[in-house]
Design a protein around this ligand. Structure first.
Ligand SMILES: [Zn+2]
Length: 419
């Protein structure tokens, strides 16, 4: 079957289509030629001495879902210039790269698909589209294009890269201006990262994590580069600082960032809520006991009060409402030294660091932040602590006290943290 309409079969400008033939299962074959020029690519001098012909078979866009092969006839020439290193040469083909087996536009589609989906999915798609190409070829071209297109990286990101999560880690180097991976190093060490940086002196800015390893590598390998913390770690720093600040009030409720008056109001509110809860427990306890003394059964008490039989039975064992169960105290918990801390506070020893030192001498094995949480911004949350009326002359905030005693609040440590 011979096609007479040749206009749309040309793989690009400058290619003259001679004829198009249907090859059965092999799709279409386009016989074409390019204008003869005879200009040597080595010396640029035009030659008149023909050496022969050469056929190049190039895969092109499909037609009606079937493969198209362009058979291009190219002239070969002999270079007559004595000083030229080439003795023979072929005419240059504009529609395909030298030695390529497909036209530039087909290779571009394979490259795009490979970049978007990976080797094997791209291979399947290309076959389905009528441009069969192997996954190896797709990946090879992808790597070749990536290596050839990358200019020296100026602003890079250094971070961990897991070859296998929790088992083996390498280092990934990303060009942050082009948002592309520049290199992946085998391991995660100062030596390899510093070596890479020495081989790439164009690096001006390095964005890295807070781990000291890459900081050291940059100091050794690229002392000229500016080190900055990447966005993820900056946000992480902010989150930790906010959490630390909030934990000063013992709970992450945001109370600490409120004013002192608000803090006192919140503490009063919590105290009243606890009292109300306690009173309601007392009432329930009294009701259960009175119903029981009237001779009612557990089932009837359960029906009237809504409490389960087991709870009713438990409460009837006690003379007074049982205390809510608290975990057994140990020297890790600041509550273990509650009495001592309350005494210190009354005696005027209110510096967090001093109290920490004193309780440690008495066997405290917990952290300073735990102790800080107990003492809180509105004074100690201790049972031995004086009532609201007795507290009138006591400063309401713990933080200013620490400052006046020369102890810095914890956030200032976070603020001076080096990035
Ligand atoms: Zn030449």
């Amino acid at each position: 079957m011979i096609m007479h309409s040749k206009k749309h079969w040309a793989p690009g400008s400058g290619v003259k289509v001679l004829r198009v033939v249907r090859m059965g299962k092999d799709g279409w074959k386009v016989y074409a030629s390019i204008p003869e020029k005879g200009i040597c690519p080595g010396c640029g001098i035009r030659s008149r001495r023909r050496h022969g012909w050469r056929l190049r078979r190039l895969q092109d866009y499909p037609a009606h879902g079937e493969t198209v092969t362009v058979e291009l006839r190219i002239g070969r020439w002999r270079c007559t210039f004595q000083d030229c290193s080439r003795s023979t040469f072929s005419d240059e083909v504009s529609v395909a790269a030298p030695h390529a087996r497909r036209t530039a536009r087909t290779a571009q589609i394979a490259s795009h698909l490979g970049h978007a989906t990976g080797g094997r999915p791209a291979e399947r798609l290309m076959r389905r589209l009528g441009m069969p190409v192997s996954d190896d070829t797709i990946l090879r071209h992808l790597k070749h294009n990536a290596a050839g297109a990358a200019p020296p990286a100026r602003i890079i990101g250094l971070d961990d890269w897991s070859w296998r999560k929790t088992w083996r880690y390498g280092t990934i180097v990303v060009d942050l201006e082009r948002r592309s991976v520049v290199d992946i190093l085998e391991d995660r060490s100062v030596e390899s990262a510093a070596h890479w940086l020495r081989r790439n002196p164009s690096v001006e800015v390095v964005s890295r994590d807070r781990c000291g390893l890459y900081a050291q590598a940059v100091r050794e390998g690229a002392p000229q580069a500016i080190q900055i913390a990447d966005r993820f770690h900056l946000v992480q720093n902010l989150r930790l600082a906010v959490e630390e600040q909030m934990s000063l009030s013992g709970r992450s409720t945001g109370r600490s960032i409120l004013s002192e008056e608000d803090n006192v109001d919140a503490a009063l509110h919590r105290r009243r809520a606890r009292l109300a809860h306690r009173q309601s427990r007392d009432e329930v306890f009294a009701t259960i006991h009175s119903l029981h003394s009237e001779g009612l059964s557990y089932c009837e008490i359960e029906r009237r009060t809504g409490y389960k039989r087991r709870t009713v039975a438990k409460w009837l064992k006690f003379e007074t409402p049982p205390d809510r169960r608290r975990a057994a105290l140990n020297p890790r918990a600041p509550w273990y030294f509650e009495k001592f801390l309350a005494q210190c506070w009354k005696d005027g020893n209110r510096c967090g660091r001093h109290l920490f030192h004193d309780v440690k001498e008495r066997g405290y094995t917990g952290s300073f932040s735990n102790l800080e949480r107990l003492l809180g911004p509105v004074g100690p949350k201790l049972r031995f602590w004086p009532s609201e009326e007795q507290k009138t002359n006591v400063p309401t905030s713990f933080a200013p006290l620490r400052r006046s005693h020369g102890c810095q609040p914890r956030l200032s440590n976070g603020g001076s943290r080096r990035y």
